[in-house]
Design a protein around this ligand. Sequence first.
Ligand code: SIN
Length: 513
Amino acid sequence: MQHYDYIIVGSGIAGLYAALMARKHGTVLVLTKGSIDESNTKYAQGGIAAAVGPDDSTQQHFIDTAAAGAGLVDENAAHILTGEAPDRIADLVGFGVPFDSTDGAVQLAREGAHSVPRVLHAGGDSTGAHIELSLSALVQHSEITVLEHCLATGIVVEDGKVVGIEALDYQHGLPMQFNCRFLVLASGGAGQLYRATTNPDVATGDGIALAYAAGAEIMDMEFYQFHPTALRLPGVQPFLISEAVRGEGGVLRNGDGRRFMEDYHPQKELAPRDVVARAITAEMAAAGSDHVYLDVTHLPANLTASRFPQIYSFCGEHGLDITKEWIPVSPAAHYLMGGVRTNVWGETNVQGFYACGEVACTGVHGANRLASNSLLETVVFAKRVVERTLNGSSPTFQSREAVRLGDAYRGEVPPLTLGGLQTLMWDKVGIVRNGRDLADAIHVLSAWQAVLPEPHDRPSHELANLLICARLVAGAALIRQESRGAHHRTDFPQASDAWQRRIVFRRDANEYA
Ligand code: SIN
């Protein structure tokens, strides 16, 4: 069996950056489900936040991060995130990421809930694609081993320590196993939980499901972020219309053409993302419509086309000239704040097992992530993971009180399909929730779990992983009897001091959810 010092699962920015850091210290295998450059990272448009501007400070970035997170941000993690951001940007520049600049000064964009322009971008609205391209080129020209089209199917734990990973070369139906000293999970998010998502097909929550099965703690799963503005055109997959578009002056209008965000929040279109997503949902419900509009027709056409070339051309390909017509938009599932619980060194409760990026949960985003803190989080915490593996001291992770998922039970439910699961999650565990819908959803999910066949290929593994993630999201959402950040319940519409705490799942916990 092959042995590596580091096995990194996932090839988005978190995995590739971790690999580039780790290669100096041992042998590295990057295992990735698709091709090396297929990940959520590639689709990130807006950019990466860092206090590098003359009118900014890391303290102000921290304040904005904490405010967006609605009282649940882990302050230590947020100080690290914002404080280390400028150095990590310098690393990315060193890796060849071509951030946009004017006369040598980096361009900084405004996004929702940031008090100053703070978001670096590349290729206008193609930041993620540029990062992915730069890092994957470096990885491919290095001594790092990359296995593409290989799905991780199990984390091997012996005597409480991770010793390796099981995987499936699904193109050839070949099971594989690798040993390692350190496992770094960087497998991204779970947008495919929902019917409408900005995420690519690969975002099926694999890492969270594997980690839960391996006994890792899973935290904050009730906090799923819906991006307010995804393109809504019949027959077209939701396509992200970056928050940076509103940052440049784009305004939201309802079907009557009225600019409505001033009814909801003093920061209007640049209110925190959860506020804007709910406002749009309310406007759509009031009008019986499936979209509102994002209007940039008042901006100079050449600015729109040059600042947002990807959005401009994608809409153009679908017959929409955004310099002249309003863009139909609606919210779509975008980012999971929760995930595999780690400390600020990326350590989990299982020795030798680290996580970073969207799959991980340090608590840094609290109940609602600040725009463009996600790419930042990946590099800040990936770097710390590798540092931690070097100093050899015993783990510093402190476990939390946890619950486990209830047993699956048989019931009368329709057969499980991916579409059925996504619709259930959208309808009953979506942007606005209530206890009855959540309980209904849990009933169906548990009954699906009871009859789930043993997974054997990529689709069946992905569906099984999504089902576990769905149960974790719905379970946590039912437990949290309040509204906070991205978790909004009509039966508990206010935030409650009693709920200024976190929900953690662990498979071997004594209590059921
Ligand atoms: C966007 O460009 O609006 C998405 C950026 C993010 O999710 O932070």
